[in-house]
Design a protein around this ligand. Structure first.
Ligand code: PLP
Length: 464
């Protein structure tokens, strides 16, 4: 794609000529509404002017209403109705800049904002719901909200008793709440040696040591955990049994039974994280069914509706419920009832179901696309999972590959942030297929990845 260049033949200050060239280019169609203007430094270099001149030019164009600057993103052309066409920007945005596959986000869809709008409008028309939303409510969430969330979870194949639910501000809050409430500083917990970084960081905050348990094709090596238990059992074991983040590995049924038995024998708790949603057919027997008396189960709307909702539900064993509720109250009284109500409306309108059906199909298609484009490489991931784990061919190092991909316009994550303790990181990358703005753009990213793997970067060396 060639970069837009202003025609600077007009008289007067350069910044004004550039600003006016933007208006002219919009008028003659060389710049389309919603199009991103070139990065300031690049345009400055091309034109042989200072970056300050371009900053001033873009500011002038914005003052005149021709463009809109978005923090951290760039400057975009407005249409004659003042709209920057933000929803359709993702494509040109991604073509110009980096395609970010580094964050595990649900796939973008117009339906998210639209259905959130419908849920909010329904609430504004219900005076009782508005009254309830401004009042203090129970720290566990109101019985009605818990019932609605439990019913939804049931339809998603996760039957839970509403009385055992504690509504949280998402999965991360549930993790942090469990660690702060149930584990004392200095105590030890265990997790897969490669695990969700939010667990590692919550444990650090709570001054809790995490032991990394090796994992193989069947998930956590429970025999290795048993050897640790023989010395000193951890207080809690964190697992993502259906889909390890980042590797996508599923804990086998045998290991699940073994883990439940070990937990009873050594009296440790299990924190089962089901935040990364998978369709029921792709899940195994939940740990909270195998060891209900000692398993806390985390569910979140983040990967279904969107990360900004900050609503999760944690199934808590009866004996711990009061303690957990008390801790949540001590932190923030309760989760904002308005947000819970919004999620419940989103679900009861049927919009959440429609969104999830679309998303599941979309993720399946993205996983298939990745298997096709990266067929000659070692990859693993669940058929409808958000992430893909790419083991690098022998001789390649993940830090160098990650940097080289960034240069090629694709952002991915190395194994490093997922490593527990100081264990060596495997030479692998996590690709969040779900985060690409569209399937088309994902295809472009995968092609760039395949190309980079076939022509690996020369390793820099500057040390004697
Ligand atoms: C395994 C896992 N658990 C928990 C979370 C955090 O979920 P939430 O956004 O609901 O706090 C994430 C987010 O990526 C995750 O991947």
């Amino acid at each position: 794609m060639t970069m837009w260049m202003p025609d600077l033949s007009t008289e007067g200050p350069r910044y004004r000529a550039i600003a006016e060239a933007i208006a002219d280019s919009v008028a003659d169609g060389r710049l389309a509404p919603g199009e991103k203007l070139p990065p300031q430094r690049r345009l400055a270099d091309e034109l042989g002017v200072t970056t300050g001149t371009i900053t001033r030019a873009y500011a002038e164009a914005e003052r005149r209403g021709w463009v809109e600057a978005r923090v951290g993103s760039g400057t975009y052309v407005r249409s004659s109705d003042g709209n920057t066409g933000a929803h359709f920007l993702a494509l040109s945005d991604a073509r110009d800049g980096v395609i970010d596959l580094s964050l595990s986000l649900p796939p973008p869809s117009q339906l998210r904002a639209e259905s959130l709008g419908r849920a909010l409008r329904a609430i504004t028309e219900d005076i009782d719901a508005l009254h309830r939303s401004v009042e203090y409510q129970s720290e566990q969430g109101t019985p009605a909200h818990r019932e609605q969330l439990a019913a939804w979870m049931g339809r998603l194949g996760m039957p839970v008793d509403p009385a055992t639910l504690l509504i949280t501000q998402g999965g991360q809050h549930g993790i942090s709440l469990a660690l702060h409430t149930l584990i004392r500083p200095g105590e030890r917990i265990a997790a897969d040696a490669l695990t969700y970084p939010g667990l590692i960081s919550a444990a650090q905050q709570a001054h809790i040591k995490v032991l990394g348990i090796p994992l193989d094709d069947e998930g956590m090596d429970v025999d290795a955990l048993e050897r640790i238990c023989a010395q000193q059992p951890p207080r809690l074991v964190y697992v993502t049994p259906d889909q390890n983040n980042p590797t996508g590995i599923m804990l086998s049924e045998t290991r699940r039974l073994q883990l439940a038995e070990l937990a009873r024998r050594h009296d440790f708790l299990i924190l089962e994280d089901g935040v990364q949603y998978l369709p029921e057919a792709e899940r195994g027997t939940p740990m909270h069914e195998l060891a209900p008396e000692r398993t806390l189960f985390l569910f979140s709307t983040a990967k279904i509706l969107g990360g900004g909702m900050r609503i999760g539900a944690m199934k808590v064993p009866e004996l711990l419920l009061k303690r957990m509720g008390g801790a949540l109250r001590a932190q923030s009284w309760m989760v904002p009832p308005l947000m819970i109500e919004t999620v419940c409306r989103w679900v009861s309108s049927g919009d959440a179901g429609r969104l999830l059906a679309w998303q599941t199909e979309e993720l399946g298609a993205r996983q298939r696309l990745a298997r096709e484009r990266l067929a000659s490489f070692e990859i693993q991931g669940r058929p409808h999972g958000a992430n893909l784990w790419l083991k690098l061919p022998p001789g390649l190092r993940s830090a160098a590959m990650q940097a080289s991909l960034e240069h090629a316009g694709v952002r991915v994550t190395s194994a490093e942030p997922f490593c527990v303790g100081s264990a060596a990181a495997p030479q692998a990358l996590r690709l969040c297929l779900s985060a690409a703005p569209s399937r088309d753009i994902l295809g472009q990213a995968l092609d760039r990845i395949a190309e980079a793997l076939e022509t690996p970067p020369a390793l820099p060396w500057n040390t004697l």
